[in-house]
Design a protein around this ligand. Sequence first.
Ligand SMILES: *Cc1c(COP(=O)(O)O)cnc(C)c1O
Length: 407
Amino acid sequence: MRTKPSAPAPADAPFEADAGGVLTIDLDALAANYRRFQDTAPHAEVGAVVKANAYGLGLRPVAAALAEAGCGSFFVAEAAEGRAVREALKGRADDATIYVLNGLMPGAAPVFIEYGLRPCLSSLAEIEEWKAATHLPCAIHFDTGMNRLGLSPGETARFMADNDWSGGLDVALLMSHLACADDPAHALNATQRERFAHIVETLQPRFPRAVASLANSGGAFLGTDYHFDLIRPGIGLYGGNPFAARDNPFETVATAHARVLQVKEVPAGESTGYGASSTAEGVRRIAVLAAGYADGYFRSLSFPSLPDLRAQGGMVALAGRIVPVAGRVSMDLIVADITSLPEGAVSRGDMAELIGPAVPLDEVARRAGTLGYEVLTSLGERYRRHYTRGGRIPSGVAGNNKGRSVS
Ligand SMILES: *Cc1c(COP(=O)(O)O)cnc(C)c1O
């Protein structure tokens, strides 16, 4: 699995001399991915899911860049995140619409009212509580087959049959969520779409202002009949592949680098790292890198793999080549085996690419036995974060960076 390299590679820019790990977030690539969704669903509005700190990439800069790209509807998981979006967009997009996917927790309505947030109401109990608290706009989430959040089929039938439920309710959005959008061939996709279309047909006359939304990133690529009025992508905006088994149509947004702290030799027959798990017959050269599982570089990327895990060892890019992880990933350190590189190719102070154009997010995730979503949302607080535009890191940043990535 490969992604298109983001251009120019952030590895060309210098980093602070004292930074161990550096996370570069390409806001131009983010905007390009937003436009990619607009091109895919030209007749629908393109909202953005920015829950979990914008999938780990930083809510404030991401929300601001998306608003600038034309996004007017934002989705978060909980009210506190919605409040953060509201504050991030103050003076930039004060009229942004903010939906809270996890709905209304008991007694939480005042927070929604204060910050102008719209709950995605997921049960008749939530609808009742919202109606009793306010006549402000809300969304209603229908469960069409995922069996997670949303009005159950029984509740949906009651809601559709009985007009009394609608009184005093300003429904701005009718929504449902696909369980299998990462697998375009899955039969549940069409089943959910048909069930949702029936709900929308029944309810839109009653709520003429309401827009309908079904598709996440993967759903946006299932065809125009999945678009309805509004799509709500997340992962694709951030450069992750929404599909389990298709090429990634998105540009790389996040690039993680780690500093080379030391280059040294491991004598023949000796091991490196905790558990003495990695031994070689011959002499090895290694680079010790300044990042680890505390930075979200999963311990399951150790090589040889940890027992009982469906994982493969990690790979990093150094000096224009891809080299393997050696031994256990520890909290703050990774060891890379650079025996295959020419002597002198890697020096103390260089930067290794852990995730990015040369080592795609979804490849890292696959090797770790997880998804790009989990890798992004696990990126640690310790990375020095840079938000770039035009491929440039903000000024005032200096340091050695000979580690060029390959693509
Ligand atoms: C997270 C989420 C999305 C976005 O999904 P992606 O696969 O990241 O595009 C959309 N809708 C709901 C209800 C979600 O929970």
